[in-house]
Design a protein. Structure first.
Length: 417
């Protein structure tokens, strides 16, 4: 009996040890540098990918130390990275720069990454090799714009300069995104590769690419990899790898127009004309010297892309005199405080609170109430101007006929005498 009990206890102990060995997190790290070669004074990105290849949750993942070899400048990279379930993968980007006086060579960046399970912690040490090349005569001056919105169609312009004393022949320009973001930005009507037969010395060249940003993607800051391949004066093929940061935002935009107004009331139509949802949207009436809109803030709620809603305000005029009625045409042509100015504030899909100010053409609110549809306003103005013009023409015609008749009558009386 005692032997049986001892054997059972021993088996249970072995089972617990096996379970403890089997159920443990194991972090595996891979790194990649963009671009693969960097020039002195240039910027780069490190892509760090962590995967939990173990069988238990990896907790309290953090970068505890970063060792940098050589002229590499970084920001504060020590950070908490959260946790990873078994089989999960997470990717992080870290920006760095190379000193402008750096010598060509290979430099090392080493991460110390801690992770735990309960009170048991482990550390891994992934390394990154940064390849610094000799300065080149070709440089990327700018990438414009530096940010794009989800769902946006835009033109990205790359400005390249040849600072050398010799022409660059057969320049091949290529841009690309990291593997995880290949479908985030797509070129429209063209590819991501362009050939320039000749770039003269001391000249600047602009390359414009029409692109479309995937509206289903997540807002993020991503590295845009650029490769310049050309034939130098000696006939050798040279390749320059560059990188530019591009911000993808979940901003949206609004159209604010007048639905109707009267002496005491104003109704606005607010439309989400962007490609993303605006959460917790409000509209705020900004101060004016001519009138007060109340309430000062109206809550609109969530507005999906393409949705619209209305907000109604009561209107209180301030010190509007009769002399000002003659200045209505001037107020329509001049940007004064007669404009209705509103601020639309919202939270984007990334959780960032944003706002945009909109101006609506000025309205003179007189003593007699009236209603104008925003959609029909241009036609109404044209009709009013047309009617006024016809009135003036009719009066002028009648006056001319009266003058002719008076002149004929005077001639007849003169002949009779």
């Amino acid at each position: 009996m005692k032997k049986m009990f001892a054997f059972s206890l021993f088996a249970l102990l072995l089972l617990n040890i096996a379970r403890a060995i089997t159920l443990q997190p194991i972090l595996y790290a891979t790194t990649q540098v963009y671009p693969q070669a960097i020039f002195p004074g240039g910027d780069g990105f490190i892509q760090l990918t962590l995967k939990n290849v173990g069988t238990d949750l990896a907790e309290s993942i953090k970068i505890s130390q970063v060792r940098i070899d050589g002229p590499i400048k970084t920001e504060e990279w020590n950070a908490n990275l959260g946790s990873l379930n078994p089989g999960d993968t997470s990717t992080y980007f870290f920006k760095f720069s190379v000193d402008q006086y750096a010598s060509p060579g290979l430099y090392t960046i080493q991460f110390a990454i801690d992770y735990c399970k309960n009170s048991i912690c482990q550390t891994i040490y992934p390394n990154v090799i940064v390849n610094v090349q000799a300065p080149s005569t070709l440089e990327l001056l700018s990438v414009n714009p530096s940010s794009l919105r989800l769902g946006e169609k835009a033109n990205i312009t790359f400005r390249i300069v040849n600072k050398g004393d010799f022409d660059v022949n057969n320049l091949v320009f290529t841009w690309s995104l990291p593997t995880n973001y290949t479908n985030l930005i797509l070129p429209l009507g063209t590819g991501n590769r362009l050939t320039i037969p000749k770039l003269p010395a001391k000249s600047i060249y602009d390359i414009t690419i029409p692109v479309y940003v995937n509206p289903s993607a997540e807002a993020n800051s991503i590295p845009l990899m650029i490769a310049l391949q050309y034939t130098d004066k000696a006939g050798n093929v040279q390749t320059i790898n560059l990188v530019a940061g591009l911000e993808i935002t979940s901003e949206t935009d609004f159209d604010v127009s007048i639905q109707e107004f009267s002496q005491n009331s104003l109704t606005l139509v607010i439309t989400n004309i962007g490609s993303t949802t605006a959460y917790s949207t409000i509209i705020r009436a900004l101060p004016s010297e001519k009138f007060i809109l109340s309430p000062s803030v109206a809550v609109l709620g969530n507005l999906n892309a393409g949705d619209y809603t209305t907000a109604t305000f009561s209107v209180q005029t301030l010190n509007i005199t009769r002399n000002e009625t003659s200045k209505i045409g001037e107020r329509f042509s001049n940007r004064t405080l007669d404009f209705i100015r509103v601020e639309v504030a919202y939270t984007d899909s990334s959780g960032v609170r944003r706002s945009v100010v909109k101006e609506i053409p000025p309205i003179y609110i007189g003593t007699s109430p009236r209603t104008i549809s925003t959609i029909k306003t241009p036609q109404a103005q044209r009709t009013q101007l047309s009617n006024e013009g016809l009135t003036y023409i009719l009066i002028g015609t009648i006056g001319m006929v009266a003058l002719v008749l008076i002149f004929k009558y005077a001639l007849k009386r003169g002949k009779k005498r």
